[in-house]
Design a protein around this ligand. Sequence first.
Ligand SMILES: [Ca+2]
Ligand SMILES: [Ca+2]
Length: 300
Amino acid sequence: MKGLPISWFVLTLFISFSVTAAQTKATEDALQTMNIEWCRVPGGEFYMGDYWAEDEDPNPYHKVNLDEYYISKHEVTNAQFVSFLNAIKSSITTQECNWGGLELYYLGNPIFWLAQDGEWYDRITMTDEGYRVKPGFEDHPVIEVTWFGADAFCRWLGARLPTEAEWEKAARADEGGPCPWGGFDESLLNHGQVSICCGEDDGDGYLYTAPVSKYPDGKSPYGCLDMAGNVWEWCSDWYDDNFYLTSPDSNPTGPEDGFSKVLRGGSWNSDEENVYVYKRWDYAPFNRMDDLGFRPAKSP
Ligand SMILES: [Ca+2]
Ligand SMILES: [Ca+2]
């Protein structure tokens, strides 16, 4: 009988080790299938902001120096986000929302809204076996993800969200136009849906999101796609209207704190000026939208 507690201890240790090993294996498998393509952005200076900004404009053109980094070629897709959800599913809790659907929580924060109402944005479902993408939408960008969800995905990947300055340099380098490829050209991006500006947007074939590889000619100087349109993208920085007036010259990371996080790039729902490379927008980190996603970055 004396040996029983030790046996139990060993057995518990073994089970705990096996569960941890199984989780690690699940994470490794999920990371293998992730297949994130990275674009390298060399270190150095670039000009950030609006060249045409006037005196009172909070978005002045200014020189910024950044260290080398890598940023995802694409916005994170539904398939990639579902791999993340399945790898962490034992740690996810859910809460029903008054307006329908389920809020998913992870490490105390809301990370994703599971729509469950059959509308067009209802693209990820929860089953007894785990999370699934609605067939046909695997390579569309994930939407309805909070800043906390985007941040958690990046950390799980061993990466991080880009800073606002990193996002902008990846989108424009030192080239002059307002779009990643130069001057505005509506054939090179997914933007401008129904009610906002342009009527039924069948010109580009996608009323809402488009697959992330759909506009290869709309790439940025460093090879990133959909940096204009498709979905807005979360950045790591807190937002401040006037941050550029006091921003450090090298590797700015945004204000110390704030109420909302920076969004960049415009979406399927934006008009022309909202997809410009220097356009700034913001949203509270616990909120999500049907035209807001993200892409990860990492340091070498
Ligand atoms: Ca469209
Ligand atoms: Ca985008």
